[in-house]
Every structure is written in structure tokens, then in C-alpha cells.
Design a protein around this ligand. Structure first.
Ligand code: SF4
Length: 693
């Protein structure tokens, strides 16, 4: 019999049917799942090939020896308790992952915020959609995704901004391609400095200058006004801030987009031609020192025209990770609280504290990812727990982050492997179960809650993350609050907690699931949130009511800002980093299958033919890339998919898989001041032919 589960990778959140047989696991798309209706991409369809247990960590590791669970958990609890007793709760930190299941995410947040009393818990989703979270809150009062995937299919114009949907959200791209094939009059605009695979679907490709998005959408807003297309009735009823936003838009310099007048006119004409317009945005928007302003510049245009909350229209952020959204629900970021409540609001904090019967709550935001590892480097963090992620590889300035972790007094890593760059420098590595072994829920980019289900038991002594976290919490003296019997019980508590969201006019309310039985949890079918007495599923804001104090959406005055670092004579090229079609993050799973490795077998540097000529780089030779933060040696790929002066490199390879190809070691740790999200797509670098010594 097929096991119905959810893909391990991107935020599309595809449903998977897994048939476990004597010769392995056969994977198919779930035809009934509302995210994919049976489709899968190359990564999802290869999931069955990634279930090998070779190289798995089978027992807790203390230093270079195996240990029993009791000894390992005692040690972790003692070290954390000692650090807290001596240096206070903010001397410890937790760095977790958008790949955790919601139940795991919930208990680690409960432990950190409610029982340790620190908000020093952040997540690799900081690199993924933190700018959108802040942009949503500024505009809507809450981190609310207004629309649904079906809006892409119902739209007449779809604008993709900083989103290589074809490679990074492939099934959503397939859905869009199918919709466009069925309705050839649909128009697709792709706004991206690179000519990516997504351009195959685009009627118009705007090769925008890096960082030019605010100027582009400000130009659009000014044109909306100029052409008399502002929805005045909508603004009067439901929006504040229009005049200030328009003034800022008019004052902005559209030349910062780097686009021709003809391209700008075509963009404005197409955006305005059809009321049913969806603007999809992803890492090209979020991973920027102006990320939050970019998000608001997009939302401003939808609010000014009333194009939100109805079928086929609205802004839509697509998240990178399978449970980035679930992390947002449980307050998994250092600046958020469970259920979209505000961490610095005493009433919200008190309500959560009362619900948890927790001894203490942090009064202020904690350290966001980049700041957290700066604090680790300074020695301010005495004990660090990294769960289900690999910051020594995946954060910007990765060499410095790795050295900082190595220098930390006590580091615990929970992972399937002890070979990751981070696990290699940890004091204790705890073996965790992985996809195909875990039970729980994830939430995708359009608020769809889906079950992940196990196909087999975890190998060796590996345990589920929630079990490991609760084991430590009990040993720290918090037993009462962490005596769960399984993920269903944790989910019920999470759902019950969400019931207080409505009391504070917040959107995340799944209290209708607070009494779900174990059996119903087991057979739970995908469902969009909210799930409450007031509202179940669907879009938000169709009623023109927002989650701000006055119930009105806010347009935000934003202006173009230059990228954090300019190129110069010494570093004349701008490095853009990102994912490739067939790999996922640091390849711990996708790297196991030869089929996926065939797409791109090694790290590469995509460079324009004129730049390659100038530098004396021939195709398939090696180039040395340097930034003030690190170096990498990458295979040269010559292509006019990048513009002159811009280069692209994928981020997947690690010390283990290609020691010279750690691209994140090059990336500058500049962040958006509001969201803390790093600008991973615009580091000035120098490039030279690599000559082996
Ligand atoms: Fe998995 Fe994303 Fe591919 Fe769907 S699109 S199968 S969720 S990687």
C-alpha cells in the first residue's frame, strides 16, 4: 500500500505516494494533493533513491567516540544549564531549520523562549524569507500570505520577480506552464538579472540591474497614478499610506533599474492590462539589503489597484524550504513569537507564557542568524545547539562562521550525518531521523498543512528531533511541559495555542484542529489554514479587512537604495549565488543519487563571454574567485545568460564534496537592517584563471 507523504525539499510542498517494496521505494506524485496533483520534479521523483543508510550516524557521538543516549543528553542538558546559571539565558543559542517538521519546531521554540527564557533561536529560514515576513507585517499587520497557488492558474498576467521558478519551485512552474498552454492569452513577465530557465515561459524578460526592484515597482506605482488607474474606492475603504508611498515612488530614480524605456513601458502596459495579476517573488527579492522594501514596493502596487484577496490576483511569496511556513507559525525566528504574535508585546508574551505555564519569557528579540554567529565568534554564546542544518557551510562568510563554531565552548549538532561541516566541529552530534522516517506536519508556501509520514524506522539509535529536544528539556528540569507521547499531541497543543491568535486579531488560527484525534491526525488530508470557527482555508483580505490596529492595509513609502557593496577596480565582478535544478542545499540527500548529479557534476562559475575573453578564461577551465571573505576554485561556464560584470555560482558544494567549491565562503554577510536577511546575491569579487601550484 502507498504511504501518502510530502516531499522533503522546496516550499511547493508536493504530495508523494511512496510504495515500499522489497527492491526499494517507488515514488509517485500524489494525484489528489492540492499542491501538485500528481506532478513531481526531478528531485522529488528521486526521493526513493536517497534513502540509503550508508554514512548515517547511528549513535550519539561525544568527541570522537560513540555514547549512549542518556550520557549524551545528560551532557547537553548539563552544559546548557551550567551556561544559563553562570552567564544567563542569552548565553545559549539555538539555530534550527525550515526542514524541521512543525512539531519539532514547536517544541524547540517552547524550550528556548518559554523555559530557557531566550529569544536566541533562529533558523536557516532567515536566509529564505525573513524579508517577506517583515514586509507582510508592515503591510498587513501580520505575516499573512494572501493568496493560493490556484491564483497563478487563474491570473491573466503573472509577474515573477527574483524567482527562477523553473529550477527552484519546479512543480509550480509546471502548473503555470500548463495554465499558459491552456490559455495562450495569459502573459508571463520574468524580472531577473539572469536569463534563467524560467525565461522559456516568459513573454517579457526584464534584465533588471541587481537591486533595482524597488525602483521598478515605484515606477509602476507612479504610472498607476499617472494613468488614473488607482482604485480610489478601495484605498478609501481599506488602505492607508498611499500619498506618502506615491511621493516616494515619484521621487525615485527609474534609471536604477537599468532597463530601457521600451522594456519599462512594456512592463507597465502588461501589468496594467489585466486586473487578474499575480506577482510572485522569491530569493532575488528576499536576499537583499533592501529585501523588506522590495516586498513592500510590490505589495504597494497591488494595494493601490485593489488587486488582492480575489481569485487570480495578489502578491505571492514562494518560500524556499519545505516548512519555512511552519516555522513562521510556531514563531521560529528570533524576532517572532508563536502564532504570529509579537515577541515584544507584553500582552502577547503573557498569553503564550500562561498557555505554556512557562517560568519566563524573553522581553526582546533575540539574535538573528548573522548576529548570532558574530556573538558565537565573540565568545558571548557559551552553548550552541544546531538542529537539522549546516551553518558552517550555508551562511555567508562561511569560513568565519565555521571558525566561530569551532571556537565555541560547547556545540551540539542534531543531524542524520556527522560529516557535515558543522558536525565536524561539534562537541556532541546526536543522530536524528530524516525524511521517510519522521511523522509530523509541514506547511507550504500557500498555507497548506500536509502530513509527512514514515516509510520505515530510523536506523541505529537515531531519534526524532522532538524526542531529542524533549529529552534535553526534561533533563533541564522542565519535564512537565515536555512529556509528549508523540507528534499528534504536540500538534494539538500547537493548534490550541493558535486559538489565542484571534483574541489579538492575528491570522494564524488552526484551533479547529485542537482536538484532532490520533486517528484523524494519522489520516489527515492536506488543508489550508486558517482552520477555526470563523474561517477555514481560502484567501485572506477578500473582505478588505487587514490585521492592523485600524483594520486597514498600509502602503509603505520606500525608495531605492544601492547594494551594500559596490564593485571597484579590485573586485569588478558581482557574484550572484543560488540553487541549481537538481540539488538541494548542501546535497546531503540529493548528492546520493547519480541521476541528480548528472545535471551539474561540480561547482561552476557562469560568466559572460566578453568577461571570459578579457580574463583569458576558456570554457571548462578553472577560475579562482576571491572576495575579502574567502576564495573558491570553480569550473568556468561561459554563457550570455549572465550579463557582463555579473557572475553566477551555485551554493551546494561542501568541504566534503568539493573543498575548493564552498561558494558561501565568498559571500559578504551584509544584511537587511529590518529583516536580518543577508544579501547573498551581490558580493563584489575578483576572478582570475586558476593555475595549480
Ligand atoms: Fe519536491 Fe519542490 Fe520538486 Fe515538489 S517542486 S517535488 S516539493 S522539490
Amino acid at each position: 500500500m502507498s504511504v501518502k507523504t510530502t516531499c522533503a525539499y522546496c516550499g511547493v510542498g508536493c504530495g508523494v505516494l511512496a510504495d515500499v517494496g522489497p527492491n526499494g521505494v517507488a515514488i509517485k506524485g500524489d494525484p489528489d494533493h492540492p499542491a501538485n496533483f500528481g506532478r513531481l520534479c526531478s528531485k522529488g521523483s528521486a526521493l526513493g533513491e536517497t534513502l540509503g543508510t550508508e554514512g548515517r550516524l547511528l549513535a550519539p557521538q561525544i568527541g570522537d567516540r560513540s555514547a549512549g543516549w542518556d550520557e549524551a543528553l545528560d551532557l547537553v542538558a548539563d552544559k546548557f544549564s551550567a551556561a544559563i546559571a553562570e552567564h544567563g539565558p542569552d548565553s545559549v543559542a539555538f539555530y534550527v531549520s525550515g526542514q524541521l517538521l512543525t512539531e519539532d519546531y514547536y517544541v524547540i521554540n517552547k524550550l528556548a523562549k518559554g523555559f530557557v527564557g531566550t529569544a536566541n533561536i533562529d533558523t536557516n529560514s532567515r536566509l529564505c524569507m525573513a524579508s517577506t515576513v517583515v514586509g507582510h507585517k508592515r503591510a498587513f499587520g501580520t505575516d499573512t500570505v494572501p493568496g493560493l497557488y490556484t491564483d497563478l492558474e487563474e491570473a491573466d498576467t503573472v509577474v515573477l520577480v527574483g524567482s527562477n521558478l523553473a529550477w527552484c519551485h519546479p512543480v509550480l512552474y509546471q502548473r503555470l506552464a500548463a495554465a499558459k498552454a491552456a490559455r495562450p492569452e495569459m502573459r508571463v513577465i520574468n524580472v531577473d538579472p539572469r536569463r534563467t530557465a524560467t525565461c522559456d515561459l516568459a513573454d517579457l524578460h526584464l534584465r533588471i540591474a541587481p537591486g533595482g526592484d524597488v525602483a521598478l515597482f515605484n515606477h509602476l506605482l507612479a504610472e498607476i497614478s499617472e494613468r488614473g488607474l488607482v482604485d480610489e474606492a478601495y484605498l478609501t475603504e481599506a488602505v492607508s499610506g498611499f500619498e506618502a508611498a506615491l511621493d516616494a515612488a515619484r521621487a525615485d530614480d527609474v534609471s536604477e533599474t537599468g532597463l530601457s524605456d521600451a522594456d519599462l513601458a512594456a512592463f507597465v502596459d502588461l501589468w496594467l492590462a489585466n486586473e487578474k495579476t499575480v506577482t510572485v517573488f522569491s530569493q532575488g527579492v528576499n536576499q537583499s539589503t533592501s529585501g523588506v522594501d522590495k516586498v513592500n514596493s510590490i505589495i504597494n502596487c497591488h494595494l493601490a489597484t485593489g488587486r488582492i484577496g480575489k481569485a487570480g490576483m495578489g502578491p505571492l511569496s514562494v518560500t524556499g524550504q519545505p516548512n519555512a511556513m511552519g516555522g513562521r507559525e510556531v514563531g521560529g525566528l528570533a524576532n517572532t513569537l508563536a502564532c504570529h504574535l509579537d515577541i515584544e508585546n507584553p500582552d502577547h508574551s503573557k498569553a503564550v507564557q500562561d498557555f505554556w505555564n512557562a517560568p519566563v519569557m524573553p522581553a526582546a528579540q533575540g539574535l538573528k542568524a548573522i548576529d548570532m554567529f558574530d556573538a558565537v565568534e565573540r565568545g558571548d554564546i557559551k552553548a550552541l545547539w544546531v538542529i537539522c542544518t549546516n551553518p558552517a557551510q550555508s551562511l555567508p562568510d562561511a569560513d568565519r562562521v565555521r571558525a566561530a563554531i569551532k571556537g565555541c565552548d560547547f556545540v551540539v549538532v542534531s543531524d542524520m550525518y556527522d560529516t557535515t561541516d558543522t558536525a565536524q566541529v561539534a562537541d556532541v552530534v546526536l543522530p536524528a531521523s530524516g525524511w521517510g522516517e519522521k511523522f509530523g506536519t509541514v506547511t507550504n508556501s500557500d498555507r497548506l498543512i500536509s502530513r509527512q509520514r514514515a516509510l520505515r524506522a530510523a536506523p541505529g539509535k537515531a531519534r526524532h528531533d522532538w524526542e531529542i529536544i524533549c529529552g534535553v528539556a526534561r533533563r533541564m528540569g522542565f519535564g512537565e511541559a515536555f512529556n509528549y507521547h508523540g507528534p499528534a499531541e504536540i500538534f494539538r497543543e500547537h493548534a490550541a495555542l493558535s486559538g489565542i491568535a484571534a483574541a489579538f486579531n492575528k491570522d494564524f488560527d488552526i484551533s479547529g484542529l485542537a482536538e484532532i484525534s490520533d486517528d484523524d491526525y494519522e489520516t489527515f488530508e492536506p488543508q489550508h489554514w486558517p482552520v477555526s470557527a470563523v474561517k477555514t482555508g481560502g484567501r485572506f483580505f477578500g473582505d478588505r479587512k487587514f490585521f492592523t490596529e485600524d483594520g486597514r492595509a498600509r502602503m509603505v513609502a520606500v525608495s531605492h537604495r544601492p547594494l551594500a557593496q559596490a564593485t571597484d577596480e579590485d573586485r569588478p565582478y558581482r557574484l550572484n549565488t543560488g540553487r541549481i535544478r537538481d540539488q538541494w542545499h548542501t546535497m546531503t540527500r540529493t548528492g546520493q543519487t547519480g541521476r541528480l548529479t548528472q545535471h551539474m557534476g561540480e561547482p561552476y562559475l557562469e560568466i559572460h563571454p566578453e568577461d571570459a575573453l578579457k580574463l583569458g578564461l576558456a570554457a571548462a577551465t578553472l577560475a579562482k574567485v576571491d572576495s575579502p571573505h574567502g576564495s573558491a576554485i570553480l569550473r568556468v561556464m561561459i554563457s550570455d545568460r549572465v550579463t557582463q560584470g555579473e557572475v553566477f555560482a551555485p551554493l551546494h558544494w561542501t568541504e566534503d564534496t568539493c573543498p575548493t567549491g564552498r561558494v558561501n565562503a565568498l559571500v559578504a554577510p551584509n544584511v537587511d537592517k529590518l529583516s536580518g536577511q543577508p544579501e547573498s546575491k551581490a558580493t563584489p569579487v575578483s576572478i582570475s584563471p586558476y593555475k595549480a601550484a
